[in-house]
Design a protein around this ligand. Structure first.
Ligand code: PAF
Length: 289
């Protein structure tokens, strides 16, 4: 496994792989790798034969300096995990390498209006800008994003289409800890008590699934079922519990086509997100979470 810090070296390494006829897979991360990231690499491997992974804590996507500064960083541990996951190239640039004199930013409209776009202004502009740059540096054939950040994944798919990136974007399933909490680098900040309480998010999604199985289609009733479970976990703040269309990410009043039930809540000062995709298959709604 090669570890490189600068853009020229990353391009050179990828150039060698491409010249050898390899199909390039790419997983962008902000480090502090966990099984969720490793499963993205596994998914990528099924679609490509050279695995590139970036580690870059992208300052411009944080709207809270404390959150940026406190973001967990343990790069030696990340290298070890990446090596064991069979990653071929780790690209770990400095801030300066990525953003020296940057005046250009990428904004995706409409899809960024609700959910995390509403509660974290500028967040997706930061994500789209860095992902565009990373796509241009790595030039992958395939790139994998996690369902946990469903709004991010759907925005990246739209951005790749709009900007004509010849990249297949894949959404990979959520990996959960025991008890259902979705894996996230931010879980490191949770005390054991917060972790226990935060499992109420998963229980909320499970309650919504049961309600849907019993025939409930109204957003108000479905989000109320989630809230009841979530409230039992005593979150410090609920940012949103929202049912939106999978295609527009605009709120819907009832489930019709494919929808996303999304949750964001704080436990202590840690903001956690989770979601469920609701799809109609052969006349029956199935929930993926
Ligand atoms: O999901 C993340 O870890 C980040 O938003 C990403 C895609 C690596 C961009 O900084």
């Amino acid at each position: 496994m090669r570890i490189v810090n600068n853009i020229a070296e990353a391009k050179e390494e990828i150039g060698f792989a491409r010249a050898a006829g390899k199909r390039i897979g790419f997983v962008p991360t902000m480090g502090y790798l966990h099984d969720g990231h490793l499963s993205l690499v596994e998914t990528s491997r099924r679609h490509s034969d050279y695995q590139a992974l970036s580690i870059f804590v992208n300052k411009i996507q944080f709207n809270d300096t404390k959150d940026y500064e406190g973001y967990p960083r343990e790069f030696e541990r990340d290298f070890d995990l990446a090596l064991r996951a069979g990653v071929d190239l780790v690209f770990i640039p400095s801030d300066d390498e990525i953003y020296r004199n940057q005046l250009t930013f990428v904004d995706v409209e409409h899809l960024t209006e609700h959910l995390c776009g509403a509660t974290r202004p500028g967040h997706f502009r930061g994500v789209c800008t860095v992902v565009t740059k990373l796509f241009n540096i790595i030039r992958p054939d395939v790139s994998v994003f996690g369902q946990k950040d469903i709004q991010q994944a759907l925005i990246i798919i739209k951005m790749a289409m709009d900007l004509n990136f010849p990249i297949k974007i894949i959404i990979s399933r959520i990996i959960r800890e025991e008890g259902g909490l979705a894996m996230s680098s931010r879980n490191k900040h949770l005390t054991p008590d917060m972790k226990t309480r935060a499992r109420s998010i998963y229980r909320g999604l499970a309650a919504a699934e049961r309600a849907i199985a019993e025939g409930e289609r109204q957003a108000a009733a479905i989000t109320a079922a989630v809230k009841k479970e979530l409230d039992a976990g005593k979150p410090d703040k609920i940012d949103y519990i929202s049912l939106v269309s999978y295609y527009t990410l605009q709120p819907v009043k009832q489930i019709e086509g494919t929808s996303v039930l999304a949750v964001a809540a704080f436990f202590g000062s840690t903001r956690l997100i989770d979601n469920m995709i609701i799809e109609k298959k052969e006349g029956v709604f199935s929930c993926v979470y």
